[in-house]
Write a protein that binds this ligand. Structure first.
Ligand code: SF4
Length: 421
């Protein structure tokens, strides 16, 4: 498989993304950034596991100093993995943190509520990043495109590509090319369509392509999270699209690295490179892309177990046998036991075929990121939870000791009133 060409982007002193460089595997810390010791320790483990880029959330101005200290502590230990600051809802924080990290991730959908101000502040960020040699990721998510785009294009793959092109054009107009771009969605069909569109649009409009960071967002955890990620990411890598990947699992980030590495190696070294270690990934990569692209309609009888077939068919959105889960991986903004809660909700609701249930770690980003969900369980912090029905909060400030029961009763009550076909 030939990789689709992109321009090389240098991140810090040692890593190049795009330009034919090997696909880089990255992840994100789940610790609180203000807990410098815990974050340094997690970065140490992630670097040891082979992470080539580590993202850390920077929720506010006070965290700029923390991420700077974390990076310095890592460098003092000889750990040179580039650090990416993850920014939401604060352009000023992006401007302040840019000199202290190798890369800044911004989400155009929440960079600034006013579109003109967002453009002006982004132009300022380009200046700061140029002066400091900092790269940028323009990281769009299907669930948080911003009203400016959704009012014009709906919540579609076209809207995602359109939104990305607007921000990339600003980079081109300012002759700033140290940019990587992502268009993640939890739905593998939407995510792959968006990346394909953007890859083609960049070539058409610019005559070159910025490197693509590929991932399925809010994939959940366990076997189904791994399979969904493998189907979405693998479909694109199999078409030569993708320069860096992140497998987002609702688990400790250490678990993401070997999965990402195995997916990248499947394409770089051949399918047999992962045969023994991750049989579910190999099966997902062997059959998922063909199903998602509708090149095939079934997995040949006996090729995989019945259970794996169900999981791969669901990840490729060809047949649904259980509830669909959307769960964020958690980060420094997470305010409760996300992994334990996700597992408990999954156990109680898995049988609800045809229902999409989101479990999100924070009230700041969670509601905006669960675009496709019928129901959402969103942690508010301080032991409280808000339950959403299609992006509308229906129960607020529920103690977390009751919240799962209340969510399950609401779903069951609705299904009694109007049973699913
Ligand atoms: S939704 Fe999850 S991953 Fe996203 S910012 Fe909130 S806690 Fe972090």
């Amino acid at each position: 498989m030939e990789r689709i060409s992109t321009i090389p982007v240098r991140i810090g002193g040692s890593l190049v993304i795009g330009g034919g460089a090997p696909v880089a595997v990255q992840t994100m810390c789940s610790t609180h950034t203000s807990d410098e010791e815990a974050t340094v320790a997690q970065c140490r483990r992630l670097a040891g596991a082979g992470a080539e880029l580590i993202r850390i959330t920077v929720p506010g101005m006070s965290d700029v100093e923390h991420i700077s200290n974390i990076r310095k502590a890592l460098r003092a230990e000889g750990i040179l993995v580039p650090i990416v600051a993850d920014i939401h809802f604060s352009a000023q924080t992006a401007l302040a943190v840019a000199p202290h990290v190798e890369k800044v991730r911004i989400n155009p959908g929440n960079f600034h509520p006013d579109h003109d101000s967002a453009r002006r502040l982004f132009a300022e960020l380009l200046k700061v990043c140029r002066d400091d040699g900092t790269a940028i990721r323009i990281g769009l998510n299907h669930g948080s495109l911003g009203r400016f785009i959704t009012e014009r294009f709906g919540n579609t793959p076209e809207a995602m590509a359109e939104a990305a092109m607007e921000w990339l054009k600003m980079c081109v107009d300012n002759d700033f090319k140290a940019v990587v771009v992502s268009l993640k969605a939890s739905n593998t069909a939407i995510m792959t369509a968006a990346y394909r569109l953007l890859s083609a649009r960049m070539q058409e409009d610019f005559g070159f392509r910025f490197p693509l960071h590929v991932g399925v967002t809010e994939a959940g955890g366990g076997e189904s999270g791994r399979i969904k990620s493998a189907v979405g990411i693998g479909t694109l890598l199999g078409e030569g699209i993708g320069d860096t990947i992140r497998v987002s699992l609702t688990e400790d980030p250490e678990a993401e690295i070997p999965v990402g590495r195995a997916i990248a190696d499947y394409f770089a070294k051949g399918p047999d490179s992962i045969a023994g270690d991750f049989p579910e990934l190999k099966a997902a990569l062997d059959w998922g892309p063909g199903l998602l692209r509708h090149d095939i309609d079934t997995i040949p009888a006996g090729a995989v177990s019945e259970h794996l077939e169900d999981e791969i068919m669901q990840a490729a959105r060809r047949r649904f046998y259980r509830a669909e889960f959307v769960a964020c991986p958690g980060c420094g903004r997470t305010m409760y036991d996300l992994q334990g809660t996700f597992e408990a909700i999954r156990e109680r609701t898995s049988h609800l075929k045809g229902t999409v249930i989101a479990v999100m770690g924070c009230i700041v980003n969670g509601p905006g990121e669960m675009a496709d969900a019928d129901w959402g369980y969103v942690g508010e912090g301080d032991g409280k939870v808000t339950i959403y029905r299609r992006n509308v909060p229906v129960l607020r400030h529920i103690p977390d000791t009751e919240a799962i029961d209340r969510l399950v009763s609401l779903i069951e009550e609705e299904q009694r009133r109007s049973p699913l076909p």
